[in-house]
Design a protein around this ligand. Structure first.
Ligand code: C2E
Ligand code: MG
Ligand code: MG
Length: 466
């Protein structure tokens, strides 16, 4: 019987490993001896993960039919949320200990006879003889609760979350490998839903993943194929309502896929390394276009360009310097909007690039402020000139008391630090009136204008006031 929280060390005996992999209880002991007999034919290293003592993914996928002996099987695919952060902040040794402790907690949550495997660095699988949706949802909720409880590692409290994808099989279809892949897709959908939650595999998820795969293969051709364009959304002065800045927003239209949202393709570009070249293109286009407007009808117009933290290396510092020179735009007219998202911003290399770029006179603004991990600590540590209050807070104005408190609090904090505060996602006059009253410097949202094609933006510029 596995005790929850007991310690399992690397290189643990195979018997313990099998116990751990099979869940707990009488059934586990019986099946464990059966498994042990079968296991004799296999190299133990190919069966068991040396760190956690759990089965390996390949082994359970290959042997599931024998080990479970059921045509009604479900797979729970578990991915830890924020595990990278544990490694980064507490070190890899502590990360390993968290993974071992998670393995024990999973064994505590699993039912007798369930198969537990480690699938990848921070990913786990549970295969169970169960098809009942409510039972599976209950099991997943238990797992999320157990994994979410803090781990005490070397006197330090560490926490992670868990996103769970579930795929079910009846009458032996699909095969186990497909079932596991489906559960993995459902887990990714759970991540996109906000993490720390459960998602069952559906055909819609399958369709979405197919689209994502197409996006992935079409993206490398987007730049060369001339499929990218910029839309411009005005940012207006809070008091006068005049357009003071234009935010460049990337657009991609593909023959077969149609319009693809940057929310979908930017994260893919970040993963496959295309963000550098795409980001360079955005910067060049935006600065050239804006300088043309500044030279003609909009001399005081500022521009905001969104950048990914992954772009912030030494090469990008040189790129900024070249683009400023070639376009002729004054550095103080350029703002770089950076979303903290899941990437860590305050690493020495990012901070030194930011300092070099800020040294040219370019401004940094933290976008979607309040939605990332350490917004407030970034205000203390990074050289930023402003913040953009995320539209999720603006959406609650002026009636939702917590949103009101957050927006009022952020305004005070930012202004006392000498930062410019912009509110984004403003859709109603009520929201704008509240924010004006609050003393927010700049506003942006569909109430003032949707993102526009370049000609529409500049034609409307005079009408909106300059
Ligand atoms: P963001 O920088 O926070 O941009 C604001 C997003 O909210 C835009 O979506 C805009 O169309 C939308 N929006 C503006 N006003 C309103 C409103 O009143 N209500 C609602 N519901 N939405 C509003 P879009 O263009 O789809 O861009 C999404 C995100 O993609 C951007 O969020 C930004 O993080 C990213 N992105 C866009 N262009 C680029 C780019 O060139 N580079 C990088 N790295 N990211 C980009
Ligand atoms: Mg932005
Ligand atoms: Mg934003």
């Amino acid at each position: 019987m596995i005790q929850q929280g007991s310690r399992q060390h690397a290189g643990s005996t195979p018997l313990n490993a099998a116990d751990l992999s099979r869940g707990k209880g009488k059934g586990a002991l019986h099946e464990c001896s059966t498994a042990s007999r079968r296991a004799a034919q296999f190299d133990r290293r190919s069966m068991f993960d040396s760190l956690t003592g759990l089965y390996r993914r390949a082994y359970v996928v290959e042997r599931a039919a024998l080990l479970l002996n059921s045509s009604h099987t479900s797979v729970l695919f578990i991915n830890l949320d924020d595990f990278r952060r544990v490694n980064e902040t507490a070190g890899y040794a502590s990360g390993d200990r968290v993974l071992r402790a998670v393995a024990h907690r999973l064994a505590g949550a699993a039912r007798s006879g369930d198969l537990i495997a480690r699938s990848g660095s921070d990913e786990f699988l549970i295969l169970m003889d169960c098809y009942e949706e409510r039972e599976l949802a209950r099991c997943a909720a238990r797992i999320i609760g157990l994994i979410g409880a803090p781990f005490m590692i070397d006197g330090r409290e560490l926490t992670v979350g868990a996103s769970v994808g579930i795929a079910r099989r009846s009458d032996g279809k699909p095969d186990t490998a497909t079932l596991v892949r489906n559960a993995e897709m459902a887990m990714r959908a759970a991540k996109r839903l906000g993490r720390n939650c459960t998602q069952f595999f559906t055909q819609a998820i399958d369709g979405e993943m197919e689209r994502r795969a197409k996006i992935q293969s079409a993206l490398p051709g987007a730049l060369a194929g001339g499929e990218l364009a910029l839309a411009w959304q005005p940012v207006v002065d809070g008091a006068s309502g005049k357009t003071v800045c234009a935010e460049a927003l990337l657009r991609w239209t593909h023959d077969e896929l149609g319009a693809v949202s940057p929310m979908q393709f930017v994260p893919i570009a970040e993963r496959n390394g295309l963000i550098g070249s795409i980001g360079d293109w955005v910067l060049e286009q935006a600065c050239t276009q804006a300088q043309q407007w500044r030279r003609s009808v909009a001399p005081d117009l500022g521009i905001a360009v969104n950048i990914s933290p992954l772009q912030l290396d030494k090469r990008f510092v040189r790129k900024i310097s070249r683009v400023l020179e070639l376009s002729g735009i004054h550095p103080s007219a350029l703002e770089l909007e950076i979303t903290e998202g899941r990437q860590v911003l305050d690493t020495p290399s990012v901070m030194s690039s930011m300092a070099a770029i800020a040294g040219f006179g370019v401004k940094f603004v933290i976008d979607d402020f309040g939605t990332g991990y350490s917004s407030l600590s970034y205000l203390r540590r990074l050289q930023v000139h402003g913040l953009k209050i995320d539209r999720s807070f603006v959406a609650g104005l002026p009636h939702e008391s917590r949103s009101v408190a957050i927006v009022e609090g952020l305004e005070k904090i930012a202004h006392s630090m000498g930062l410019t505060v912009t509110a984004e996602g403003i859709e109603t006059n009520e929201q704008a009136a509240f924010l004006r009253e609050c003393g927010i410097d700049r506003m942006q949202g569909f109430l003032f204008s949707h993102p526009l094609k370049p000609d529409d933006f500049i034609n409307g510029y005079g009408r909106r006031g300059s």
